[in-house]
Write a protein that binds this ligand. Structure first.
Ligand SMILES: [Zn+2]
Ligand SMILES: [Zn+2]
Ligand SMILES: [Zn+2]
Length: 129
């Protein structure tokens, strides 16, 4: 789990609202530089809903925030907020940690690995046994 500091979020919400009402002119100022360099370089997306996450002093969209923190699901590439399975040095939503062949949901500890892909025991035996 993560908990970005409330103060930081409130601060950013404030500016995001301000920018929505009065888009910043294309002049160089420290804050818009900060915004454009940090976010736009990463995914070229404006912050959806005006919210973003602070990581090491830079703003990120939710996806890149989790990417920086290594908490993106290797299955669906979306942030993992709740339960998480760590396997093969990757993280997964429990429902996205599935057999690479039959797509049945796996539990950590009950899978076999081949070529960096997880398989259930049945498929593993069938394919590689
Ligand atoms: Zn991003
Ligand atoms: Zn997932
Ligand atoms: Zn399988």
């Amino acid at each position: 789990m993560f908990s970005p500091s409330t103060a930081t979020l409130v601060f950013f919400y404030f500016f995001a609202d301000l920018f929505a009402l009065f888009p910043p002119p294309p002049v160089t100022n420290v804050f818009s530089d900060f915004l454009s360099s940090a976010n736009w370089n990463d995914c070229q997306q404006p912050f959806a809903g005006g919210s973003f996450f602070d990581h090491e002093g830079l703003p990120y969209c939710e996806t890149h925030y989790h990417q920086k923190r290594g908490s993106l699901c290797a299955g669906c590439h979306k942030p993992i907020g709740g339960r998480c399975i760590t396997a093969m040095l990757k993280k997964f939503h429990p429902e996205h940690f599935v057999c690479a062949f039959c797509l049945k949901q796996l539990n950590k500890g009950t899978f076999k690995e081949q070529n960096e892909k997880p398989y259930c025991h049945q498929c593993f035996d069938k394919l590689f046994g």
